[in-house]
Write a protein that binds this ligand. Structure first.
Ligand code: GLN
Length: 533
């Protein structure tokens, strides 16, 4: 194929309809037909990236191999497509303006007035096209954040409107996702919100080619016909997206709705083989027919919002499917955990995962949870801050270093077992300044985790400032907590384990970012396996 085709996914009526999952599912179907596909997210907020956002705002911050801090939808794209994304897959209004303002300061605009149209819209178009050409893709799916009609998303809508005219009608396709609410009182599904939402798009110059209708009840042909007629789309282009028990079922549903077939026909009758979805279906079968059951505690301070730990939750699901078991996650707020309630709260779990995090809130609860797991021989998985606090607990209670801490929480601790790297000490800016992205790690052959990884050279993604202080390494190792993963270039400790324990592993990186449906992460798989033993 000569040129890249572009699919734009917008949303209307309400947010949270699952644009990310629809985009990822369509991407999966097209990829399974042999096309080279990637998915991109345009976020209308002014933050340059979500790295500085509290998880309560937009959920977890996802991290790519190249160290970009991105929207959590990129996690869905990777888990569905089993392909890494990069900075180019996530663009924010902040990033667009930053780049335009930098160009203005350089003098690139030669005395012109710099405006939303054409300068901001041109920069948006440049970023959209860059992904397709740089990675030589057949199809780029671009999800536009927010809902149509928002002031913030207008420049994006205008930019993608222009692209259809510039690239030609068979190279650009618009998919609009809306909600068809069910009125229980009258027992009816209502299409009016969809009609209004399409009207807003039309006011902005975009005629959607395909409508995906999110619904709790089956749509009748009459409803589809009505929507088709009032919204100027073909009957076949009205697609139902009904609620399902797992997001991983959506590609199969979209295939039943022939979304892929419709899209390919509209993109100039693109030819392809039937999609190869056997491995995906096998995963679904395992996920939906578990033979065993296990319960793990997730100890964190953002547990009120499940999206805060999105990738961890999904990695646990992938690992459950491999082990043919359903995993119940018991969320425990680290702030409420104390010596009096810990045995009650943790007595009914078979594994304990201490989550990543920043700052002081809920720290002692996480330390207690690590200690409880260590003393009671309960499988323990500490991720990033979770590792750091397991180290603090071990220092205080096994090595007898009273007051040991991370200098993040207690800069004046007498025993800084977790401390800043030299390079981090002078840094005052917050955005994008952590140790970010993929780094190599050497796994020791005689370790417990080697049995999970089955290789010595691994690469994992990071997002943190603080590190294990190797001044204390000898003391830890002689007391039974071993460094079993080391960065070969910097010698930083990346993985610690207690070999005498049933399964006690802490990692400085974020394995959850690398778990996908077709390649579940070996550490999550092994952790869940240990909870079943
Ligand atoms: N706050 C810790 C650090 O910056 C851990 C970060 C995390 O858990 N991602 O090192």
């Amino acid at each position: 194929m000569s040129s890249t085709k572009y699919i734009f996914v917008t949303g209307g009526v309400t947010s949270s309809l699952g644009k990310g999952i629809i985009s990822a599912s369509l991407g999966k179907l097209l990829q399974a037909r042999g096309f080279r596909v990637s998915i991109q997210k345009l976020d209308p907020y002014i933050n340059v990236d979500p790295g500085t956002l509290n998880p309560y705002e937009h959920g977890e911050c996802f991290v790519t191999n190249d160290g970009a801090e991105t929207d959590l939808d990129l996690g869905h794209y990777e888990r569905f497509l089993n392909m890494p994304t990069s900075q180019e897959n996530n663009i924010t209004t902040g990033r667009i303006y930053q780049s335009v303002i930098n160009k203005e300061r350089r003098g690139d605009y030669l005395g012109k007035t710099v405006q939303v149209i054409p300068h901001i819209t041109d920069e948006i178009k440049r970023c959209i096209l860059l992904l397709g050409t740089k990675q030589k893709l057949d199809i780029v799916i671009t999800e536009i954040g927010g809902t149509v009609g928002d002031i913030e998303s207008l420049p994006y809508i205008e930019a993608v409107r222009q692209l259809k005219w510039e690239l030609g009608p068979t190279n650009v396709l618009y998919i609009h996702l809306t909600l068809v609410p069910y009125l229980a009182a009258t027992g009816e599904l209502k299409t009016k919100p969809t009609q209004h939402s399409v009207k807003v798009l039309l006011e902005n110059g975009i005629q959607p080619d395909v409508l995906v209708l999110r619904t709790e009840h089956e749509l009748t042909d009459d409803i589809r016909r009505k929507v088709a007629l009032f919204c100027n789309v073909e009957f076949e282009s009205v697609v139902q997206s009904i609620d399902v028990s797992t997001i991983y079922e959506v590609p199969i549903l979209m295939q039943k709705e022939k979304l892929d077939v419709t899209v390919l026909r509209k993109l100039g009758n693109l030819k392809s083989e039937a999609p190869e979805l056997e491995p995906w279906k096998n995963f679904l079968k395992r996920l939906k027919n578990p033979k065993h059951k296990t319960r793990v505690a997730l100890v964190g301070k953002y547990v009120e919002l499940a999206d805060s730990y999105k990738s961890i939750n999904e990695a646990i699901k992938h690992a459950g499917a491999v082990n043919e078991c359903s995993v119940e996650v018991k969320y425990i707020h680290s702030e409420i955990l104390d010596e009096n309630n810990i045995s009650e709260l943790l007595s009914d779990v078979q594994g304990i995962l201490v989550a990543p995090g920043f700052g002081e809130r809920g720290i002692e609860g996480k330390i207690l949870a690590a200690g409880y797991a260590r003393l009671n021989n309960i499988p323990f998985f500490g991720i990033c801050l979770g590792l750091q606090l397991a180290v603090v607990e071990f220092a205080r209670n096994v090595l007898g270093l009273k007051g040991a801490h991370s200098t993040e929480m207690q800069p004046k601790t007498p025993f800084p077992v977790i401390d800043l790297m030299e390079e981090q000490k002078g840094i005052t800016e917050k955005g994008g300044t952590m140790r970010l992205g993929a780094y190599p790690c050497m796994v020791k052959k005689n370790s417990v985790i080697y049995k999970a990884y089955r290789k010595e050279n691994i690469e994992e993604r990071h997002r943190h400032r603080y590190e294990f202080n190797d001044k204390y390494l000898e003391a830890f190792e002689s007391a039974g907590m071993k460094a079993v993963g080391i960065n070969p270039d910097t010698c930083l400790v990346e993985i610690m384990e207690i070999p005498s324990h049933k399964w006690f592993v802490g990692v400085q990186f974020h394995p959850e970012y690398r778990s996908t449906v077709l390649e579940p992460h070996p550490l999550f798989v092994d952790f869940i396996k240990a909870t079943l033993a």
